[in-house]
Every structure is written in structure tokens, then in C-alpha cells.
Design a protein around this ligand. Sequence first.
Ligand code: HEC
Length: 356
Amino acid sequence: MKNINKSIFRLLAAVLLMSANILYAQETVAAAPVVDRPIYEELGMSPTALASVMVTITLILVFFVASLASSAKNVLEYKRGKTNGTIKTLLVLAAFSFGTDSFAAGTTGEYMIDFPDAAFWAFLTLDVILIVLVIYFAGIIRGVVSEYKVPSKLKFFSRWNRNMMDAVPVEEEAAILMDHDYDGIQELDNNLPPWWKYGFYITIVWGFAYLVYYNVLNAGPLQEQEYLTEMEEGDKADAEYRLAHPELITPDNVTLLTDDASISKGKEVYITYCQTCHMENGKGGVGPNLTDNAWIYGGDIKGVFGTVYNGAKNGMVAWKELLPATDIQAVSSYILSMEYIAPPNGKAPQGENILE
Ligand code: HEC
């Protein structure tokens, strides 16, 4: 028994160390500027709700581990004929100390309690470890129980097992054998296993709750609404990202801007950098008339942007080194919105007329 206690203790120590490490690692990551939304928001829950869910799951698992650990202890004691009783307390204490540790990781913000991602991952890790422990202890019990004829001490476990399976013992199978026989294949009339049926009942209850919550009370967004909201958020994030990364705009993927803000931004750029050669309102001077439909290098947004971006041989510089691509996109869009100024006020058309 001493050895078993020791190894369980070692296991617990390892678990403690691991979760401390994870918490520490999460904190370091969180210090970097991360734009991601917190997990409770991703899940559409308040931090309080997510915290409650995680705590509940963890407590249930702790209960399982504790009861299985004490059963495993009983089973092993039975096998060795000795007694000792501290594991259960140890486990429960350890589990509770994790919970409070991860909550301490952050308690600020607009919510009553905060549930930072670090706490979520810590709980999730803890839960996975608890599940491993459940499997571990269940394995011990199974192993020992299968060696012995079940003693009265272990009746609870075997009775529970039998109730959940509701299987007819092999010796009594004759009673439920059905009377047909197809090429030697016979059929037993077993009941559905209760564990499976309970799972099915849970889905019915869940389905009903779901229906009432979403379709009767309209308390949460339906999938379609959720999809639209996410797309909207995605578009917004996309636009913000593109604005912060002008290098993403190239002559291949540039689009025409038509909103007033972009056009007046384009006009500003034009007056500052382009007017000296292309003259006011684009009527043409050293550079060609930009208001007509004749273009030397292409007159759609991709063509105009491409000329400004890469320059042209007879005296037009490549502006990509001098202006952010967002400005080039705005000024190109402005050029394409200009009113036509015909000669003699404007310069005579040069290049190919794209409308002919
Ligand atoms: C130093 C004078 C100069 C400046 C400044 C200048 N350009 Fe030009 N631009 C020219 C010349 C000259 C051409 C004709 C190039 C050729 O024929 O190869 C030209 C051509 C163009 C064309 C191609 C027209 C066509 O018919 O295909 C566009 C578009 C253009 N410029 C836009 C701009 C914009 C936008 C700016 C400001 C960011 C600008 N230019 C600044 C001199 C200039």
C-alpha cells in the first residue's frame, strides 16, 4: 500500500507542477498584444457563465475521481489486506487549489468576475487530467475486480456496472434466444443498455430545451443570424487589417473606391503630388490629360493604379516607393471620378480611347 500511496502522490505532484507551468506560460503569452477575442466571447457566453460551466464540470470530475480513487484504494487494500485513508482528501484538496489559482490569474474588467483565457485553459487542462485519472482508477478497479469473485465490499461498483449494461449473463442467454436461425446466425432479445438509453433521454431533454431557448423564447441568435454577425465582424476585421497593411494592395487585386471619404483623400493626394504635372482637375500639362477616355497604359482601376504604382517611362515616377498603396488606390479612384475637360482647356487625348 505504501508504494501505491507514493505513486499516487507523485502523480499529484506532477499534475500540480504541470498546471502551474501552464498558468505561467499563459500569462506570458497574454502580455503580448493579442487582438483575439476572449474565449467566453467566442463561445457567446458571459465570463460568469463560462466560469460556472467549467467549475461545475471540474467539480463533477473531482467527485468522480475522488470516489473512484477511494474505491480503487478499497480494492487494492482488499487485495493486500491492509488499510490507509488519505488519498481522497488529498485529491479533493489538490483539485480545489487549482480552481482558486486560475481565478486569481485575473480579476478586473467590466464583468463581476473575469474569466481570462488562461483560466479557461487551466480548467480544461485540469479536466483532461481528471479524465485521465478517472480512466486510471477505473482501470485499477476493473483489473482487480476481474481477478476476484466480487466481495460484498465492491457490490456497489459491480451492481452499478450491471445496472448500466443490463446484459443477461451468458449462462442465462437461452431464455432470450429468439426462435429464428438464418444460416446459423441467431439473435438474442437483449434490452437496450440503460447507459445508452440515458444518453438518448438526455438528447431529448437537450433538444427540448434548445427548441424553447432558441425558437420559442428567441433568447439566442439562430445559426443564420450568428453566421451573418460573424461575417460582418470578419469583414470589419478584414477592412481594418487591410488599412493597416497597405502593402497588400497590388495592381492585381486593387478595387475602385467610390465613397466620399476615399475620393476626397484621393483629391488631397492629387493636389499634393500630382497636380504639378497633370495640372488642376487633371486637365493635363507635362503629364497627359487624366479626364478623357484615352489612356496610354490602361484606363480601368487596375491600369491606372498600375501606372501610378510602377511609373511609366516618359517622366512618370514609380509612386510605390513614395506613397502607401492605400493613397495610390485613393488617388487612382479620384482620377477615375474626374469630370471630362476637353481641349482647348484640357490637353488633347493621348493613347487609346477605351470607349471606341
Ligand atoms: C513629374 C511630373 C509628373 C508627376 C509629379 C506625376 N506624373 Fe503622372 N505622368 C507624367 C507623365 C510625363 C506621364 C506620361 C508617361 C508616359 O507617357 O510614359 C504620366 C502618366 C500618368 C498616368 C498614365 C496616363 C495614361 O494615359 O495612361 C497616370 C494615371 C498618372 N500619370 C497619374 C499620376 C498621379 C496619380 C500622380 C501623383 C501621384 C502623378 N501622375 C504624378 C508626369 C507626372
